[in-house]
Design a protein around this ligand. Structure first.
Ligand SMILES: Nc1nc2c(c(=O)[nH]1)N[C@H]1C(S)=C(S)[C@@H](COP(=O)(O)OP(=O)(O)OC[C@H]3O[C@@H](n4cnc5c(=O)[nH]c(N)nc54)[C@H](O)[C@@H]3O)O[C@H]1N2
Ligand SMILES: Nc1nc2c(c(=O)[nH]1)N[C@H]1C(S)=C(S)[C@@H](COP(=O)(O)OP(=O)(O)OC[C@H]3O[C@@H](n4cnc5c(=O)[nH]c(N)nc54)[C@H](O)[C@@H]3O)O[C@H]1N2
Ligand SMILES: [Mo]
Length: 610
């Protein structure tokens, strides 16, 4: 039995918020204060000239994709800039001139940094060179890339089974990096690929694939212009997807109605001042027409009540449901209506806690319209009954025939900017026979066919000592999972933890006995190789794949791109004894893209969700 870890790492700062004051809630989002904050952040970290130049390239066809969230870009991006306050903050954090380098780690021990708040850790700056935290040491020290790669390879070789390693993915990696990572993990011999979706939209993927057969949303940005009703359920776009507010505003300008369902009256949903239009900045648009202030986790009761009232109207002769659509495309309507009969209106009304008048107003709008879009996020997905919540939304859309037509459909609003793409190209703990067969045919090895560990099961495996190595492609695993104490114990049980990251976070401090930091290029940075600038691709929340090409000089000459790092680890592990040319794929993104588009197109990658 190996001895427990000796470092005295604090977790107190994980719950500490600094710089946030309790004040009166705002009654509108964005506008001049939004512009001011956006610019303040970038000017402070990058200087005014570089900040303005870089922001003008964000989310533009020839520029780079914002890492802030997965909201899609309009066909014609605004000339005033296609970014929001959050995007500017995300850029400021990545493009900061503050550096977390060898001197930083010499000065501060991991024990000391661990007492800082997450905010302060995040503000420390960019990681600039590979660093090693040796067993029983409290200071990271520099390590050469090749030495780091062979150290990881050697550790992986000591495992009794490939299932003793965990390969986590956050949602910001490019399609190329995620594809290569998934390929390496399968070649290594496990499906232990937990990812941030497990904590995010997993329930959307499951609910949508079980009901509609595809785990992704069905709408495009243009559909927002045509929608007659947009429902925003369990989502706070003002804070988390500010550019979505412009799409909602457009729907309003086209006489659409917006119904929000949320226990809170979120400021952004009430009034919005658009950063991208000069008139919007000053006047603002009232967004929500009807706010249904549901009790926490009583959305099923509220949606059932809405369905019940709609069914009642339909029965009484009003044309409420789309019977032709139901007849042609759905099954089980009788069971659904029978199920609704089990509940009384008064019981549902009491459970959801929403005034009946407001519900009736929403019902009378929904009854007459059938171009309906339902948007949702964490307020629905993160409940234990997340799948049921989403299935109820699908029921409403199916009864109204609001699917597969312009201006209507499902819109799970994703969080991380490439979380959807990562899944599309194979990051998942599930087994797909179709994917495995294709890998065998194209790459010449047989991938494992045993289900891997998701986030919760991976934590348990590390906690119980069944898994001994953790590798994170981005993210902040220790802070992202819900039981920080348990997660810290689990991670500290590992022999080796490796973080491929842009910025310092708590997962670089709460580590295995030996830990490595492998610093990588950010989205906004140029990826220069053999005299050319390379580009990568990402998929937005609405399933569109597009390229992203950084414009800034990298913050350090020692940074490697994510595909290069994955290729480097794989090459060190297989040492040429494998049919895949790992180092070659890691540097040549075109060859990865060719493989993805030519050989993997159209195959069903994820059997259980998006
Ligand atoms: N600035 C910033 N932006 C981000 C992120 C970030 O960290 N910072 N993270 C990104 C990521 S990964 C994600 S997934 C998205 C998340 O985007 P959101 O899902 O919008 O994020 P939350 O802040 O969790 O908002 C959840 C909303 O659900 C409501 N809610 C809570 N419980 C219930 C309920 O029972 N029923 C209903 N109907 N509503 C409920 C809350 O009041 C809140 O308005 O944001 C992305 N954007
Ligand atoms: N308490 C709490 N916990 C939550 C949530 C919550 O709302 N509250 N939300 C949950 C949700 S919805 C999600 S999606 C998860 C997110 O979980 P994670 O994805 O694990 O966490 P993040 O905080 O988004 O990770 C941020 C880190 O990613 C690294 N990074 C940033 N950009 C890049 C890049 O381009 N490449 C690489 N390699 N690294 C990069 C930086 O080092 C940065 O510190 O957290 C979940 N956990
Ligand atoms: Mo998320």
């Amino acid at each position: 039995m190996s001895s427990p870890i000796k470092r005295n790492i604090s977790l107190v700062g994980d719950a500490q918020f600094t710089g946030i004051e309790l004040t009166h809630a705002k009654d509108f989002a964005a506008g001049f204060p939004g512009i001011k904050v956006a610019l303040q952040h970038t000017f402070k970290e990058m200087g005014a000239l570089e900040a303005l130049g870089t922001l003008s390239k964000m989310n533009q066809k020839e520029g780079f994709d914002c890492a802030g969230c997965a909201w899609p870009d309009p066909e014609k991006p605004s000339k005033l800039g296609e970014y929001c306050e959050n995007g500017a903050k995300a850029l400021a954090e990545e493009a900061t001139y503050e550096k977390v380098d060898a001197d930083f780690f010499k000065k501060y021990s991991v024990e000391e940094i661990s007492t800082w708040s997450n905010f302060k850790i995040g503000k420390s700056g960019r990681l600039t060179q590979p660093m090693l935290l040796k067993e029983n040491s409290v200071h990271y020290e520099p390590i050469r890339w090749e030495t780091a790669f062979s150290m990881i390879a050697n550790h992986l070789k000591t495992l009794k089974s490939p299932d003793e390693a965990i390969f986590y993915t956050s949602g910001r990696s490019s399609n190329e990096a995620a594809f290569l990572y998934g390929l390496f993990v399968r070649a290594f011999g496990t499906n232990n690929m937990p990812d941030c979706s497990n904590m995010c939209h997993e329930s959307s993927g499951v609910a949508l694939s079980e009901t509609l057969g595809i785990g992704k949303g069905s709408v495009k940005l243009e559909d927002f212009d045509m929608a007659e009703v947009i429902m925003v359920i369990g989502q706070n776009p003002g804070t988390n997807h500010p550019r979505m507010l412009s799409a909602l505003e457009k729907c309003k300008m086209n006489c659409g109605k917006i119904i929000s369902i949320n226990p809170l009256e979120e400021a952004g949903l009430i009034k919005f001042k658009d950063l991208q239009s000069l008139s919007g900045i000053t006047q603002g648009t009232s967004l929500t027409d009807i706010h249904l202030q549901v009790k926490i986790n009583e959305d099923v009761a509220l949606l059932k009540l809405i369905l019940k009232k709609l069914a009642h109207l339909d029965k009484s002769g009003e044309k409420v449901f789309d019977h032709a659509f139901i007849e042609t495309y759905t099954q089980g309507i009788e069971d659904l209506l029978k199920d609704l009969d089990h509940y009384s209106e008064s019981e549902l009304l009491e459970r959801c806690g929403v005034p009946e008048k407001a519900i009736d107003r929403a019902v009378s709008i929904l009854a007459k319209k059938n171009k309906i879009i339902i948007c949702w996020a964490m307020g629905l997905t993160q409940h234990k009954n997340g799948v049921d919540n989403i299935k109820e939304c699908v029921n409403l859309l199916l009864l109204k025939g609001s699917l597969g037509k312009p201006g209507a459909g499902t819109c799970p609003v994703r969080g991380h900017s490439n979380v959807q793409g990562d899944r599309t190209v194979g990051i998942m703990h599930h087994v797909s026979t179709e994917l495995n067969k294709t890998i065998e045919r194209v790459f010449g090895f047989i991938p494992p066919d045993k289900e891997g560990l998701d986030t919760v099961k991976a934590l348990e495996a590390m906690h119980e000592g069944r898994s001994k190595i953790f590798i994170g492609l981005g993210g902040n695993f220790v802070s992202a999972v819900s039981d920080t104490q348990y997660a810290a114990e689990a991670i500290q049980n590992c022999e080796l933890t490796v973080q491929i990251s842009t910025k310092l976070n708590r997962s670089h401090l709460v580590t295995g006995k030996t830990a490595l930091i492998l610093p990588t290029l950010g989205r906004s940075e140029k990826d220069h190789f053999e005299g050319k600038d390379r580009f990568l691709t990402v998929e937005n929340s609405m399933g569109q794949v597009h390229r992203t090409k950084g414009v800034l000089k990298p913050k350090s000459e020692h940074l490697k791109s994510e595909p290069e790092i994955i290729g480097g680890i794989a090459n060190a592990y297989f040492n040429d004894g494998h049919p895949v040319d790992w180092a070659g794929l890691g540097t040549n993104y075109d060859s990865i893209r060719k493989k993805m588009s030519r050989d993997f197109e159209g195959i069903r990658i994820c059997p259980k969700g998006f």
